[in-house]
Design a protein around this ligand. Sequence first.
Ligand code: SF4
Ligand code: SF4
Length: 320
Amino acid sequence: MAAKVYHILPQSKDFNYESGLQGKFEKFLKEFDFSSYIPENEIVPLKMHLGGRGAFRTIRPQFVRLVIESVKKIPAKPFVTDSVRAPGYEYLEIARDAGYTHLTLDAPVIMADGIFGRDSIKVYAGKTIGEIAIASSIHDAQSMIVLTHVKGHIQATLGGAIKNVSMGGVSASPRGSDWHEGRGKMHFLMGDLMQWNQEKCILCFNCMKICPTQCITFPDNKYTVDKEKCWRCGRCARVCSTEALTVPVSHEMFMKALAEGANAVLSTFQPHRIVYISFLLEMQPECDCMPFADTPVAQDQGILISDDIVAIDTAPHLIY
Ligand code: SF4
Ligand code: SF4
């Protein structure tokens, strides 16, 4: 049987709260049977991307709060989480500035792999990436709600639920290991450092500015990376306008790695324990980890809800 994907349209028929997207989402959540996915009194991660500083098109806190209220009615104990993308302490400050706090959401906001981004458990993902380190607060949970702001992505093209679960469910620098068993492995399957072409480099230093770990320097005008500190996130190559930097992975290899990463995260849950909610709102071309929010590339399409990660990521082609 084909998986169900519910679609809440963004348009409002009249001037009432109930006709607007927020009102319709609230009504949907009241009628949706969360308790068939989440047992009573369970501690439940709401996995979402909390954004970068300046990336203000993430999921609005009002929508997150509505989901939290619904989970509490089960009753269960929700918390909002993501793995460390900017350094953890800084990432929590970014989350606060975006309106994601315990006070505003009425649920804790925590780093899924700890404030230092190292708390994780290794799981076999597949033949492309082997073992990968799942953030412990996701690994140890029995059920989960995945909130995804749909947008573009550096390498995945579509930043949907699969990308959210895969890259966001994995630590960047796992304890007792390094990027070889972390998120960076997906970007660096065919080499362990960025490839730098000196002839193409115009010394704009945009790569240095975007680097989340400040591990790039230019001694004698040569791109140099502190190998120990580099997360292998790929952002420096993304912002290089001359293609002087390239990530050592083919698109096909990256997509296989992404799928295996998602499968590894999902393998830590029993079937029928995850609900996906994707927000097709303010769909900008870049990932929310970039330090800006660009103009959306499509009009708002509303909200999708499903218990099938592939169905929800492939549903948008039915909408446009
Ligand atoms: S962003 Fe590219 S062109 Fe600019 S300094 Fe870095 S490598 Fe050179
Ligand atoms: S891949 Fe580039 S941007 Fe990312 S941590 Fe390494 S040097 Fe910095």
